[in-house]
Design a protein around this ligand. Structure first.
Ligand SMILES: *Cc1c(COP(=O)(O)O)cnc(C)c1O
Length: 429
């Protein structure tokens, strides 16, 4: 595989961009080697600056659920730009998309548009704090909620109640208000709630975490969280930036039949444009300025071009439920194919699947939380990743990421991916 252009560009980028990239995971740090610089993409394929073509399982980390440069989205954008790119004043399109989101997502009665998932989660927690008059927040280890200070807290030394910042620049003052619990562990939540009675404003969680690899909820975990939050007056926030409009048109909350108080959205909601949103119960959302006292604003929020892309994406998903059945069938085929390859190679690795999200954990343990996910052989994954590239498949460059299917993938593409997995596992034996 020739990657001369990518190597040269990455070299050049180092001089003016920290680490050569505008978002860290793109730098290939955890798998080694040089990131591919991308020139274009269409449907299920992405093409780099050296003109290598790959079948693609990142899909911009989710938004490209219909495949790249889908005419439903590109035509909306092309039409919108002719009317100018931004006004900083309200437009009727913002009402249309708000109504559609309220219609599609069970928990959302009112919604505010922002420009990224990070903004959505930061704002949602602020609103939950304003609404409850409480300061603390429960966060689940291994869940990612963007780069807001209060979310950059990791498990550190294990089952700690007080958070420890894992990024320099996050103050201890901020960290101490973030309480941590492992995913799928309801006892830990009960303990935290008991120890911090009437002090916890919000519990934020990826209902189906896709940022520690793909991990599924056990038993009644999500419903139990719902019950505890209701009982304790804690605002339950589902961060569906990744799962929203992907697992179903109403996200994980629709799939599992558990309705949070607030929901954060991003990724698919902008169809590839920078968009996020947060919404929830009317009585909570009416705390947001100018209706209420909690301040949150955005010069480019509700941007007309971004709204046009998002609107057409959501409309298409709302009107074509087949997309989800087709994606689920593709996910199933891929998971089955990969499992049979693993069996053939006598490898105990774990495949997790839900709808169009899929992941191979390079471990022999069931993965139910972040600690389990950390038993994976990340070095081996790095080798596997590069073999997959050599076999024409572009995966997320980290063991701790889900793969995202697009509906542009054909049966032949799926067969190609399964064959690539086979060859790649053989090569790294
Ligand atoms: C991607 C992601 C975010 C952050 O969104 P950005 O648009 O990158 O700021 C937040 N939460 C979850 C669950 C995500 O997957």
């Amino acid at each position: 595989m020739n990657n001369k252009q990518s190597v040269a560009l990455f070299d050049k980028a180092q001089h003016t961009i920290p680490g050569g990239v505008n978002s860290p995971v793109r730098a290939f740090k955890s798998v080694g080697g040089t990131p591919l610089f991308i020139k274009s993409a269409k449907g299920a394929y992405i093409i780099d600056e050296d003109d290598n073509e790959y079948v693609e399982l990142i899909n911009s980390w989710g938004p490209m659920i219909l495949g790249h440069a889908h005419p439903v989205i590109t035509s909306a954008v092309q039409e919108a730009v002719n009317n100018s790119l931004s006004f900083g004043a309200p437009t009727s399109k913002e009402i249309d998309i708000a109504e559609l989101i309220c219609d599609m997502v069970p928990s959302i009665e009112k919604v505010r548009m922002v420009n990224s998932g990070t903004e959505a989660t930061m704002s949602a927690v602020r609103v939950a704090r304003g609404y409850t008059g409480r300061n603390k927040m429960i966060k689940i280890e291994g869940c990612y909620h963007g780069h807001g200070d209060s979310f950059l807290i990791a498990a550190g030394s294990g089952a700690v109640t007080m958070g420890v910042p894992n990024s320099p620049g996050v103050t201890e003052g901020t960290a101490k208000d973030t309480l941590l619990a492992p995913y799928n562990d309801i006892e830990k939540i009960q303990q935290l709630v008991k120890e911090n009675k009437n002090e916890i404003a919000a519990l934020i969680i990826e209902p189906v975490p896709g940022n520690m690899g793909l991990v599924l909820p056990k038993d009644n975990y999500l419903q139990q969280l719902r019950d505890i939050c209701t009982e304790e007056g804690i605002v339950l926030i589902f961060d569906e930036v990744m799962t929203g409009f992907r697992l179903a048109k109403g996200g994980a909350q629709e799939v599992f039949g558990v309705t949070p108080d607030m929901t954060t959205l991003g990724k698919i909601i902008g169809g590839g444009m920078p968009v996020g949103a947060y919404g929830g119960k009317k009585e909570i959302m009416d705390f947001v300025a100018p209706a209420g006292p909690v301040y949150q604003a955005g010069t480019l929020s509700g941007n007309p071009v971004a709204m046009a892309a998002g609107m057409n994406m959501l409309l298409h998903l709302n009107e074509n439920p087949d997309v989800y059945t087709e994606l689920a069938a593709k996910g199933e085929k891929l998971a089955k194919g990969i499992q049979s390859v693993l069996d053939k190679h006598n490898l105990p690795y774990k495949v997790t699947l839900l709808g169009s999200m899929i992941c191979i954990f390079f471990t022999d343990q069931e993965v139910n939380n972040f600690a389990d996910a950390q038993t994976t052989d990340t070095e081996k994954f790095g080798k596997f990743f590069h073999q997959m590239l050599a076999n024409g498949v572009y995966l997320p460059p980290s063991q701790y990421e889900s793969w995202f299917l697009s509906n542009a993938l054909t049966e032949a593409n799926l067969d190609h991916i399964i064959e690539a997995v086979d060859k790649s596992l053989e090569a790294i034996k």
